[in-house]
Design a binder for this molecule. Structure first.
Ligand SMILES: [Zn+2]
Length: 333
């Protein structure tokens, strides 16, 4: 098919965008609220709604306040949240044992949310131990300070199982350990949780755009970095292979994180896999738009819509986004 028939002056492309009416008829719609998962931070205590300085509009909530916040997003049509636990320093340890505690902060929040909203809310939980290790790495360290892959798998599986026992609908492993998907799937299946979803952070880059999150979750490594396990943005083939690897291991859904700087990666995985793909619009991508708007360099609503449309267009089925709790102000038509 020749797509390039005709030329000016017989053809005039501006006819197709001459009025708001014809433009709106031809426009791809903004993704609806049901396409979003709101990532949210949970702390111990009561009556806490603590602003996160690096992420205006986002807060750390105690479980009671989380219920109110989730009710607000549910009323906008958002159907899912992703929980991140922010434990007090005294609960951090080299072996991250608190991550698996049945009465831990995430487990308690899951029970409360599922008890309140039942099947009308999908509760996703992040499965990684960097918020729970005293050293801030995503797995167990050996004596040389290197994250040991295989011993970390058992820990991640145990953490995931504790979330599912509390009622989580979907676990989302993000530690980037080889074999984490099959280890978690195996642990869930052998405990009878064959219907629980697994969303793998399958292509998660070692990115400079996680800074505000690390402030929010107090999860920076005390030494070293995460380049030994997260994907290298200068090696896109290896990063894409991570997703295929997790598909074979049994992930139900794949993820690309961050999203705006990796639209090509989302698009490639979309064309090569039939699995649903989630894109994580990360904290740095969120905060940079707010900073730009605060400086008068751009209109926040317009920038949020344009960037969200780009993630949708690249092929993401689900968008994990901090904009979700501001859906009505920023994304609703
Ligand atoms: Zn981690």
């Amino acid at each position: 098919m020749n797509k390039k028939t005709g030329s000016f002056p017989d053809l005039r492309l501006r006819r197709l965008r001459a009025s708001e009416t014809i433009r709106s008829m031809l426009a791809n719609p903004m993704p609806g609220p049901e396409k979003f998962i709101w990532p949210v931070f949970v702390v111990e205590g009561e009556n806490i709604k603590q602003p996160i300085d690096a992420m205006p509009g986002q807060f750390r909530y105690s479980v009671d306040k989380l219920v109110d916040a989730v009710l607000e997003v549910k009323n906008m049509g958002i159907k899912a949240v992703m929980l991140f636990g922010v434990p007090p320093v005294e609960h951090k340890s080299p072996d991250a044992s608190y991550a698996c505690c049945p009465d831990g902060i995430v487990q308690t929040a899951v029970r409360k949310l599922k008890g309140t909203f039942s099947s009308e809310l999908m509760v996703f939980t992040d499965i990684c131990v960097c918020e729970y290790t005293s050293h801030g790495h995503c797995g167990l360290l050996n004596e040389k300070g290197i994250v040991e892959n295989d011993p970390s798998l058992e820990l991640l599986a145990k953490m995931a199982l504790s979330h599912v026992e509390a009622g989580a609908d979907c676990v989302a492993p993000s530690a980037m350990m080889d074999g984490q998907v099959s280890a978690i799937r195996g642990a869930l299946d052998s405990s009878g949780f064959t219907d629980t979803l697994l969303l793998s952070y399958s292509t998660k880059f070692a990115s400079s755009f996680y800074g505000p999150f690390r402030e929010a979750a107090a999860s920076s490594p005390s030494a070293g970095d995460r380049k030994g396990y997260q994907a290298d943005y200068q090696n896109p083939r290896a990063a894409i292979r991570e997703s295929f690897f997790d598909e074979v291991e049994g992930a139900d859904m794949l993820m690309v994180k961050p999203s705006l700087f990796y639209l090509d990666i989302i698009s490639t995985i979309r064309s090569e896999s039939l699995l649903p793909i989630a894109a994580y619009n990360v904290s740095g991508e969120y905060s940079m738009l707010i900073a730009s708007a605060q400086n008068g360099w751009g209109d926040l609503r317009l920038m949020v819509r344009e960037s969200t449309a780009a993630i949708d267009r690249a092929g993401a089925d689900l968008i994990i986004s901090y904009w979700a709790n501001q859906y009505n102000q920023l994304l609703k038509d």
